[in-house]
Design a protein around this ligand. Structure first.
Ligand code: NJP
Length: 229
């Protein structure tokens, strides 16, 4: 058993979630959630090499019953809802499956995971829910109908939840990045040398999590400086 506080991080197998897991592992036991068992095992190995602890949780966050079985009742101090997908294409090219899948992963899974973990936080009067949104939750772009709709939903969800649970000493923070060099979306982010690194976003999450109990950082927007089109 670990004596460290526990941080649950979804989408921890790669990209921003993996960077967040590595950052939080300096201070927290990490429950690393994703579908890719091999990548989670590699993450756990890296965290343990560095002296931390990590429990892989192989899970599809869109499966509400499986989420409740895996995460319900877990004593989490921090929950980072980071798992997300983006089918970035013109509306008329979007298939119904892509539309529904985007809503399932980016919005419905936010409900499943938060619903499983939050009751313990409000009961203990301690906890922090971090949500990785996007600047697409504020600004529109061509090809962003499905993705932008979900990230706008994230903003409404996050602010409403913050107002509901802060009186239980539970914080809610939404972190909205610009372009980040990961395999996200069409997979072309990796070539964007000017874009943010996943660890730049992880540092912002670690900052929000480390604030003292009387301070609530609710919203952070992190952009690349000198972006190229
Ligand atoms: O994406 P990527 P990022 N069940 O593709 C997991 C937001 N964002 O790190 O299941 C469980 O490298 C998947 O795991 P696996 C974005 O909207 C990004 O860039 O093993 N997990 C993987 O770990 C998203 O919310 C940019 O496939 C599921 C992870 O999600 C967050 O940042 C800009 C899952 C995706 O890793 C992380 O994105 C921005 C499921 N059903 C916002 N489906 C950017 N990169 O430019 C997916 O504004 N995952």
């Amino acid at each position: 058993m670990t004596t460290r506080p526990t941080a649950v991080v979804t989408g921890a197998s790669r990209g921003i979630g993996r960077a967040i897991a590595l950052r939080l592992a300096a201070t927290h036991h990490v429950a690393a959630v994703a579908r890719s068992a091999d990548q989670l095992a590699a993450l756990a190995g890296e965290i343990e090499q560095a002296g931390g602890t990590c429990a892989p949780v192989v899970l599809d966050v869109t499966d509400g019953a499986a989420v409740e079985r895996a995460l319900g009742g877990l004593e989490a101090d921090v929950l980072v809802n980071n798992a997300g997908i983006g089918h970035l294409k013109p509306f008329l090219e979007l298939t119904p499956e892509e539309w529904h899948r985007t809503i399932d992963v980016n919005v419905n899974a936010l409900f499943h995971v938060t619903r499983a973990v939050l009751p313990g936080m409000t009961a203990r009067k301690r906890g922090h829910v971090v949500i990785v949104g996007s600047i697409a939750g504020r600004s529109a772009f061509v090809g962003g109908t499905a993705y932008g709709a979900t990230k706008h939903a994230v903003m409404g969800f996050a602010e409403s939840l913050m107002l509901e649970v802060r009186e239980h000493d539970v914080k809610v923070t939404v972190v909205n990045p610009g372009s980040v060099r990961t395999g996200f979306g069409r997979g072309d982010m990796a070539g964007k040398g000017w874009a943010l690194d996943a660890d730049d976003v992880a540092a912002a999450v670690a900052y929000a999590v480390a604030t003292p109990p009387n301070v609530l950082v609710h919203r952070l927007e992190i952009r690349a400086n000198h972006p190229r089109k």
